[in-house]
Design a protein around this ligand. Structure first.
Ligand SMILES: *[C@@H]1O[C@H](CO)[C@@H](O)[C@H](O)[C@H]1NC(C)=O
Ligand SMILES: *[C@@H]1O[C@H](CO)[C@@H](O)[C@H](O)[C@H]1NC(C)=O
Ligand SMILES: *[C@@H]1O[C@H](CO)[C@@H](O)[C@H](O)[C@H]1NC(C)=O
Ligand SMILES: *[C@@H]1O[C@H](CO)[C@@H](O)[C@H](O)[C@H]1NC(C)=O
Ligand SMILES: *[C@@H]1O[C@H](CO)[C@@H](O)[C@H](O)[C@H]1NC(C)=O
Ligand SMILES: *[C@@H]1O[C@H](CO)[C@@H](O)[C@H](O)[C@H]1NC(C)=O
Ligand SMILES: *[C@@H]1O[C@H](CO)[C@@H](O)[C@H](O)[C@H]1NC(C)=O
Ligand SMILES: *[C@@H]1O[C@H](CO)[C@@H](O)[C@H](O)[C@H]1NC(C)=O
Ligand SMILES: *[C@@H]1O[C@H](CO)[C@@H](O)[C@H](O)[C@H]1NC(C)=O
Length: 411
């Protein structure tokens, strides 16, 4: 372990910097950043490598891979202060520099950006590079981690494209460490979740042999509401399961109500319920009034953070679900699917919503979806089955009679 005592930064007190250098694996980087009180403010341990493409003097493109980073220094890393968030700065090899800075927003923290610089003046790594100089690529990384959780991703994360491709794996990072104690509560990246849960990714190309519509466990039911100056104006109770299809592979994500924030707004003709979480930037349900006496779900807008840093967004304002009379609530206990687009569906469980005319914060009488009426459906099916059977017997009897009649004729 190496400790540095840095010169005092105006207004931020004395900064003490202790580094634990790669003891586990030769390429692993590890940083335990301490504040002026010698309390850990940021902890990170990770592995990375880079593939860089550059143009040579004879107009060819060459790629070089930087995987053995060699000894690294961490100068410029800081716990942050009132103006700046915490920052990890790493220098290695011949002029490589890597910087990640963090921000805090409400109860989450995230990496604001990752920037990576390389110097093509280094003739050993970049022989005959046409353009000599320092090049910097900057990427926005779009995952958010609940404060006080440590982010973990053992799976491979890839950032960037074209000239510089960055790979990260075995990542453990916690910024804004509370009380100097690195959390034991891990927040897993989506790719790691799929390693531990049973059936999180359902390949759509393989037909499921089971008859159950969802092979995944049911999502937990959450209670959401919107309050305006007149009190509660929108109520929703539901278990939500998102189904995102990409490259013919469906990822099924259950929404955990415990870690989901909600807000919204109520107007005479429209109402909005907005959910958000560390992985969901927003999931909007927009309700509207039609024919002056009914309401329905008119629009869904979603924007989600994907593991690789890109954002998945889709909107459809031409939906027609959850239709019920104004002054009542809509209820559906069975699994129902809201198909927002070919690539995005929402499966709902134990649903009850009332986006308008909520009285005293309670649901009004419910209009149930037809799927729920199995008390009526079962006798109908049984009845239909029975009458079908009777008809079959009668026809069989008639045919039998005709046959035997015909038989007697020929005899
Ligand atoms: C800071 O804390 C670490 C671990 O608790 C300890 O090993 C180290 O000696 C402390 N340094 C100072 C300057 O107090
Ligand atoms: C970079 O790391 C990834 C993940 O471990 C690995 O698959 C890839 O082969 C590495 N690239 C090089 C050139 O070492
Ligand atoms: C080299 O890469 C650049 C993009 O970085 C591309 O525009 C160019 O066509 C490539 N040149 C060759 C010879 O492949
Ligand atoms: C993080 O670094 C980038 C690039 O250096 C800079 O543009 C951005 O303002 C920084 N963000 C914070 C929160 O310090
Ligand atoms: C940090 O310490 C304060 C005071 O001792 C305590 O109230 C708080 O719960 C602690 N936070 C965590 C995350 O341990
Ligand atoms: C997810 O969507 C795909 C494609 O629409 C579908 O085939 C699959 O059954 C859906 N899975 C679930 C659990 O809803
Ligand atoms: C949500 O919180 C409740 C009560 O604290 C707990 O029983 C439940 O297991 C939690 N659900 C999830 C998915 O974390
Ligand atoms: C939904 O998305 C569309 C298109 O991006 C946008 O025009 C609309 O205002 C959004 N609606 C809400 C309620 O955010
Ligand atoms: C991230 O993944 C999504 C879906 O897998 C893909 O569409 C997108 O192009 C990827 N983005 C980057 C920057 O690699």
């Amino acid at each position: 372990m190496v400790c540095f005592r840095l010169a005092p930064v105006p207004g931020s007190g004395l900064l003490l910097l202790c580094l634990v250098l790669g003891a586990v694996s030769s390429y692993a980087l590890e940083l335990n950043l301490r504040d002026s009180e010698n309390a850990t403010c940021l902890y990170a341990k990770w592995q990375m490598n880079f593939t860089i493409r550059y143009e040579t003097t004879d107009k060819h493109n060459k790629t070089v891979t930087i995987s053995d980073l060699g000894p690294a220094t961490y100068s410029g890393s800081s716990c942050g202060d009132d103006q700046n968030g915490p920052k990890i700065a790493v220098q290695f090899g011949s002029g490589f520099s890597w910087i990640a800075n963090f921000t805090e927003e409400k109860s989450f923290y995230s990496i604001d950006s990752i920037s990576f610089s390389y110097n093509t003046n280094d003739n050993t790594t970049f022989p005959d590079a046409k353009e000599k100089g320092v090049f910097t690529v900057s990427d926005h990384v779009a995952f958010r981690v609940p404060l006080n959780d440590i982010f973990r991703c053992n799976s491979l994360l890839t950032l960037g494209k074209n000239d510089v491709v960055q790979h990260y794996w075995d990542v453990h990072v916690q910024a804004f460490v509370q009380n100097g104690t690195v959390s034991t509560k891990e927040f897993l990246c989506d790719k790691d979740k799929t390693l531990t849960t049973v059936l999180p990714i359902v390949p759509t190309t393989v037909p499921s042999p089971t008859t159950t519509p969802s092979p995944k466990e049911k999502p937990e039911v959450g209670s959401y509401s919107v309050v305006n100056s007149n009190g509660t104006c929108l109520l929703a109770t539901m278990g939500l399961q998102l189904n995102i299809t990409h490259d013919k592979v469906a990822s099924v994500i259950n929404i955990n109500p415990n870690t989901t924030n909600f807000t919204g707004s109520c107007h005479p003709q429209t109402a909005l319920l907005r959910l958000s979480s560390s992985s969901i930037k927003y999931l909007d349900f927009v309700f509207a009034v039609k024919n002056e006496n009914r309401f329905y779900l008119k629009e869904v807008n979603v924007s989600m953070y994907l593991v690789n840093g890109s954002v998945f967004s889709i909107a459809n304002n031409n939906l027609s679900y959850w239709d019920a009379p104004l002054g009542s609530s809509y209820m559906c206990n069975k699994e129902q699917t809201v198909s927002v687009s070919g690539a995005f569906q929402i499966n709902t469980f134990d649903l009850r919503v009332q986006p308008f005319n909520v009285m005293e914060g309670k649901y009004s009488t419910a209009q149930e979806c037809s799927l729920d009426d199995d008390t009526i459906l079962i006798p109908i099916i049984v009845g239909a089955g029975l009458s079908g059977l009777i008809i079959v017997i009668v026809i069989a009897y008639l045919i039998g009679r005709r046959k035997s009649y015909a038989g007697y004729q020929t005899l």
